[in-house]
Design a protein around this ligand. Structure first.
Ligand code: DAH
Length: 336
């Protein structure tokens, strides 16, 4: 019996030497140490041995079985490692690379940057303010008291009774003036929020606010700055029209139109055949606002303006629905 065991072991090892793939090894493993394998069969035959031979033979058999199992397992692992190496070798570095999708800067961000750059060139400094704003800065300090009918102009998102999502970027004017004495020459880009949704309104939109305060600033300066701006963002032919209007925080106030950039003033669908398009609100800072921030109205005057960034972008790119900017349709966004 012992001889048979040694022979089986020898044969198994010999056969393993000749195995050239994992399938071969698995077959050998089954043939020798599997449930119907040669070594296993010998184990079953133990009971027919004389009682005194059994313990020693049994020990030998178990040893051989264990050893063989280990050797087969190692061989299988070696094949696996080899296989991985072969895969690595098979990497074809001459294949063309996978295309990497490139992101773009959102058109609204592009226009905001262009607007800021033009005003920076005119000596304006860029400042920012919080999107979540106190009622005080958004309304109160801008001469829009609690029950003023002008509050109807804004359908406001209220966070609480005293806190709102700012309905315009004008509160930044107040924050800046509170924090520094004149002269002031700032522009403030940022988001504004109103409860509104149609072809020309989204609940979140961008504005750029402007403010210039020092001695002897006049409405003429406002016209000059805005005209210069319009000619830079559109083109040299652009002209502006100032219409009297009302804002609680400016006096006098104006709505500013540009000659329609599509039809050049002849009248078309985009400008409702008027030849003009409204692009911003502006005016001379109201004395009540100066009083709120403690500026001396004897020694300074100022102008302010606020423009809708999407409006400018729509005109510049000829887009007829503001919502397209925020639908995240790559076919649209990739054009810019
Ligand atoms: N805040 C106004 C709005 O959102 C726009 C505006 C009008 C801003 C006149 C100004 C201004 O600074 O002077 O409708």
């Amino acid at each position: 019996m012992k001889q048979e065991i040694r022979k089986a072991e020898h044969e198994a090892l010999e056969a393993l030497n000749g195995a050239s793939d994992p399938t071969g090894v698995r077959a050998l493993k089954a043939r020798y140490v599997g449930r119907k394998g040669a070594v296993t069969k010998l184990l079953r035959k133990l009971s027919s041995l004389p009682a005194e031979e059994r313990p020693e033979t049994g020990r030998l058999l178990n040893e051989v079985k264990k050893r063989l199992e280990e050797v087969f397992e190692k061989a299988l692992q070696a094949f696996e490692a080899d296989h991985e190496e072969t895969l690595a070798d098979a990497l074809d570095v001459t294949l063309p690379g996978r295309p990497v999708a490139r992101g773009r800067i959102h058109p609204i961000t592009q226009i905001t940057r262009a607007i800021c750059e033009i005003f920076q060139g005119l000596g304006f400094e860029i400042v920012e303010g919080p999107d979540v704003e106190f009622d005080y800065y958004n309304f109160e300090a801008l001469n829009i008291p609690q029950y003023h009918p002008a509050r109807d102009m804004h359908d406001t998102f209220y966070i609480s009774q005293k806190i709102v999502l700012r309905t315009h970027t004008s509160p930044i004017q107040v924050r800046v003036m509170e924090s520094q004495p004149p002269p002031v020459r700032i522009i403030a880009p940022g988001k504004a929020y109103r409860v509104d949704y149609d072809v020309s309104h989204t609940p979140m939109f961008y504005q750029v606010e402007g403010l210039m305060v020092q001695e002897n600033v006049s409405f003429g300066d406002l016209k000059g700055i805005l005209t210069t701006f319009a000619r830079q963002i559109f083109d040299e032919e652009t002209s502006l029209r100032f219409r009297p209007s009302f804002f609680p925080f400016t006096e006098p106030s104006a709505e500013v139109d540009i000659r329609c950039v599509i039809c050049r003033g002849k009248g078309c669908r985009v400008c409702s055949h008027t030849g003009w398009l409204e692009v911003l609100g502006a005016g001379m800072v109201h004395p009540a606002v100066f009083e709120m921030v403690g500026y001396d109205t004897d020694h300074c005057t100022g102008f302010a303006f606020g423009m809708g960034v999407e409006r400018i972008a729509m005109l510049k790119y000829g887009i007829d629905d503001i919502r397209k900017f925020y639908e995240n349709d790559l076919r649209f966004l990739e054009q810019f």
